[in-house]
Design a protein around this ligand. Structure first.
Ligand SMILES: *Cc1c(COP(=O)(O)O)cnc(C)c1O
Length: 389
């Protein structure tokens, strides 16, 4: 059940702060994505880094999605959670030898390779283990995602992928790597992208690079266009499910491909963000010289996005309010950092110690980024079925 529809007496018994997961919304979101992808023959790998809560993963795995991992432990976690190895991709600019060996032994679907040196290292390790590695070459397409600069990944100045200038060399190294098979091209331009024109530009680049390889006699089986579809942080109740139809439609229309060529996606945020809410209690309210502060028992240690990249999250007072007048608050956490602030000048009903506050759209890059800084307690979570919702 939607967090702000649950009666307060069902939420109050739980110790705060905690993540609340609306499993019904999660399942509806996954279904919507699956229907839209299946219709077009597209494949989805869920990007584990967005949320690897066991129950969330189980729901995603149950629908037959693959997994997209960025560390050896994520590869292991997907396997332990039941994702078939042949549906697991492994990306990241800094894969260690240990991580590469582990993934090779599991015979994962593909490594998304981010540099020429990495290609050579994978080849060597595969040779020593007597394994073969499927790789997709991650190409930096130099497409501006028009998103926050900290979550843009597809520009020449970013550390991700092989730059265009080195592709000639990469193609020649690939021919020398005897334990590596090039199966695809991989692109990922950034996160929280809401402008469909960005994906259209990406398609144009993918077509160009696919043709470039094919002109050199290399067949490309997999076109992996990454993830990045954004969600509506401002209107979680009005837009709980991203428009997967519109998103996949762009690729369906603009990606040139043969019936043999598969299109793969790595969605993270769009699948899980709206299902999660961080629930917190007001510890203190305080009037500063120029400001009113609401001090919560949750902080950047539970949800780091606002402190890390000034991300917006909708903040709500839970429970039916008899208090009609509102006040503008700076909503802050207890951590000893000035950046530990969830929102400035947030209009809320006049609130007091003990009131419950919901920080919405926190299902992606929330719980996974929790830290023990200040020796904070381990993060807690509650599922919709626990509150009878
Ligand atoms: C983070 C990441 C994703 C998922 O991004 P979202 O914005 O959460 O969809 C997909 N692919 C790669 C390579 C990533 O690093």
């Amino acid at each position: 059940m939607q967090i702000n529809k649950i009666s307060l007496d069902r939420l109050t018994p739980f110790e705060t702060p905690f993540y609340y997961y609306d499993m019904e919304l999660l399942n509806r979101t996954l279904q919507a994505a699956k229907v839209a992808a299946d219709k077009r023959g597209f494949h989805i790998h869920y990007a584990l880094k967005a949320n690897f809560n066991d129950k969330v993963l189980a729901a995603i795995q149950a629908l037959g999605f693959g997994a997209d991992c960025v560390s050896g432990n994520e590869v292991q976690k997907s396997i332990d959670s039941g994702f078939p190895a042949e549906q697991i991709t492994f990306a990241g600019v800094g894969k260690s030898d240990k991580e590469i060996s582990m993934a090779l032994k599991h015979q994962i679907f593909a490594f998304n390779v981010e540099s020429i040196e990495e290609l050579q290292v994978i080849d060597e390790i595969a040779a020593s283990l007597g394994e073969r590695a499927n790789v997709s070459l991650r190409i930096n397409p130099n497409v501006d995602a028009h998103t926050h600069h900290y979550i843009t990944t597809g520009l020449d100045e970013n550390k991700f992928g092989v730059p265009n200038s080195e592709l000639e060399q990469a193609a020649s190294v690939l021919r020398d790597c005897k334990h590596v098979d090039l199966v695809g091209l991989h692109f990922h331009v950034g996160s929280q992208i809401t402008d469909m024109n960005v994906f259209k530009s990406l398609c144009v680049k993918v077509n160009e690079w696919k043709n470039w390889f094919e002109e050199r006699g290399t067949t490309i089986k997999i076109l992996n266009v990454g993830g990045g579809l954004g969600v509506d942080y401002h209107h979680p109740d009005e837009n709980p499910i991203p428009d997967f139809e519109a998103y996949f439609d762009v690729f369906d229309k603009f990606l040139e491909r043969t019936p043999q060529q598969e299109v793969h996606f790595e969605l993270g945020r769009a699948l899980v963000a709206q299902s999660g809410t961080l629930v917190s209690r007001v510890l203190y309210s305080k009037s500063g010289v120029k400001k009113n502060f609401l001090i919560l028992d949750a902080g950047m240690t539970e949800l780091m996005r606002p402190a890390l990249y000034q991300a917006y999250h909708k903040i709500e007072r839970l429970g039916l309010s008899t208090e009609t007048s509102t006040l503008n608050y700076d909503v802050v956490g207890p951590i000893c950092e000035s950046s530990d602030c969830f929102g400035k000048e947030v209009s809320l009903p006049i609130s007091k110690r003990g009131d419950l506050i919901a920080i919405r759209t926190a299902g992606a890059y929330g719980e996974v980024m929790a830290s023990r800084y200040n020796l904070r307690e381990e993060i807690r979570y509650v599922f919709s079925e626990n509150v009878g919702g």
